[in-house]
Design a protein around this ligand. Sequence first.
Ligand SMILES: O=P(O)(O)OC[C@H]1O[C@H](OP(=O)(O)OP(=O)(O)O)[C@H](O)[C@@H]1O
Ligand SMILES: Nc1nc2[nH]cnc2c(=O)[nH]1
Length: 253
Amino acid sequence: MIQELSIINSTPKIRRPLKQGRFGNPLLSRKQVERCVELLAESISNYYCSMANGGDDVVFLTVMHGGKTFSSDLAPLCASQPAPSLKDPGYRSWYASYRVVDRYIDIKSYDGQIRGEPVVMASDLTRENLAGKRVLLIDDICETGNTIVETIQFIRKLCRYSQQDIDRLVRTVTFLWKPECPSQSLRPDWYGYRTSMHFLSGYGMDSKDGSCRQLPAIFIDDNRQSMVKKPSWAFRFDQSETGSPINRSQKPR
Ligand SMILES: O=P(O)(O)OC[C@H]1O[C@H](OP(=O)(O)OP(=O)(O)O)[C@H](O)[C@@H]1O
Ligand SMILES: Nc1nc2[nH]cnc2c(=O)[nH]1
């Protein structure tokens, strides 16, 4: 405590005004981002708590590098949701009834704004640390869905899973989803906001020169400002639709 105070007291005050960056107003403010992550965390946590096998591991698989910021906001909130078995509504259990295990996969599909085939660069996944476990795949944005599909294929090969295993164990969440993408192969199980086909930066998403990932809000990073539509609030895990990342005809389990 004393240590913390001395650090705070010695932090120099920033007196210079911040320069206006190249972006205008954010498409999504920091406040909107934070609120949305909280709601996603609540829904995701309820889902995994309802799986009822208290103490199960759920592998939070972050798709690097874009998914890193969203994942590090989401995971602590998911790990501190009220467990549904606790009757007292005022009580927030510190730990949910499942254990979150962090893993990553580094997969690249874009060079700047140019889309290519997704390539797995690195990962800390092994058959031993993954097989039989529930997986939540976490990424910043889903446009074609190819990155997520490729990651699921990677898991499938590694663990020698059938399609039924994938349907039972693997779920996906992205902060943003672009439903208008013409070559789309997947809709994430959970998403925060739907957005139109602009190239976006911030909150994990890089600009074409590789910068801007660290921006706390989300900005439009192309020249089509006049066409800007605010993204519609569309967070959900829709029980009446798919629970399965690939086979959309099946209901969630
Ligand atoms: O749905 P898709 O069309 O596959 O696009 C989504 C992917 O594109 C971006 O990754 P990118 O390949 O730019 O790598 P990065 O995460 O390192 O930025 C983003 O972070 C998603 O992973
Ligand atoms: N940075 C970034 N990466 C993407 N990958 C797919 N869509 C996008 C986007 O809008 N921004």
